[in-house]
Design a protein around this ligand. Sequence first.
Ligand SMILES: C[S@@+](CC[C@H](N)C(=O)[O-])C[C@H]1O[C@@H](n2cnc3c(N)ncnc32)[C@H](O)[C@@H]1O
Length: 220
Amino acid sequence: MQRISEPELMEAAAQARAYAEADFEEANSLFVDSFRVAFGADLRGRALDLGCGPADIVCRLAQYYPQLRFDAVDGAAAMLKWAERSVAGYGLGDRVALLQRHLPCHDLPAARYQVITSNSLLHHMHDPHDFWAMVAAYAGTGSRVMVMDLLRPASLAAASALVAQYAAAAPDILRRDFYNSLLAAYRPAEIVRQLQCAGLAQLEVGVVSDRHWLVGGRLG
Ligand SMILES: C[S@@+](CC[C@H](N)C(=O)[O-])C[C@H]1O[C@@H](n2cnc3c(N)ncnc32)[C@H](O)[C@@H]1O
């Protein structure tokens, strides 16, 4: 099935609210657990999260890694309002900075980050090479990188089936966004080519659920 792109930013208040209030426990735990297994418990320095949304993953990582300071970036003010609540709720205001930027951008506070994470952003971006170029630009030797996103199903019917399976009770707006996101997502073979173009071929690509791929590794 051909990819069908969707709008980049999640700027509508109702859309941001539905996303922030949704139950992403399974996917967010998958991300955080995969990160901890891949990189262990002893990380320090600066971390960058691209497309942080309501910042649940950022806050969980920041809680687990007290020696990391996060810059969490999103282009949507509506989403960053929910991120503010999350950061305040976790009491992480001293270690998590929320930044409004439309990616790609080149003016982040640090030149290099020891950790770069991103979940469910890539499929929003109109040019995937912009995303990987940012990862390459802000990573340095030894940086840990973890990126997860949805996997485009083989057909519209398969996309509908995933929405029915995982979002049956969700509000319409969230079901619509999930469906559109599945259609806009990339396949692992496409990710492999994108990584090669960005000079990031050393990162490993794997399929980690019936609807997610994950890229991870430590850059040499
Ligand atoms: C599906 S949400 C994922 C949020 C979060 N990473 C999570 O896992 O819950 C995607 C987020 O990326 C943001 N986004 C999409 N395209 C963007 C761009 N070009 N620049 C900055 N943010 C972007 C959206 O506003 C939205 O908050």
